[in-house]
Design a protein around this ligand. Structure first.
Ligand SMILES: [Zn+2]
Length: 112
């Protein structure tokens, strides 16, 4: 198969976007593509579109997990990225894990 020359570029567009866009911008792009392929697959490219949706969803999951890990290291809430310092959180101790509840957005973040 002969590919058009613009496909031979060494720049990976997704890697480039991830590097140069805000995390929220890149996430929006990924989720927008998931929605695009999921909504058009019955009338357009069927399985191929479903697989594309899956690829974009996997990338969005990857990004989310990376953000979560970065925020955890910085002691920030994974949802609103605000500080989870002791005075801004409630500690919720369960039998198998400990969570803290963010005072800003109300989400719970597992800490162990
Ligand atoms: Zn929060």
């Amino acid at each position: 198969m002969t590919r058009p020359s613009h496909y031979k570029s060494k720049i990976d567009p997704l890697a480039y976007m991830k590097e140069n866009m805000s995390a929220a911008g890149y996430e929006g792009f990924l989720i927008g593509n998931v929605i695009k392929y999921v909504t058009r697959y019955p009338k357009k490219n069927g399985l191929e579109d479903l697989k594309k949706a899956k690829d974009y969803l996997n990338k969005a999951i990857e990004l989310y997990e990376e953000e979560e890990e970065e925020n955890r290291k910085k002691n920030l809430c994974w949802i609103c990225a605000k500080c989870l310092k002791p005075n801004s959180r409630t500690i919720l101790r369960g039998s198998t894990s400990t969570k803290v509840r963010c005072a800003y957005c109300g989400s719970s973040v597992r800490v162990n």
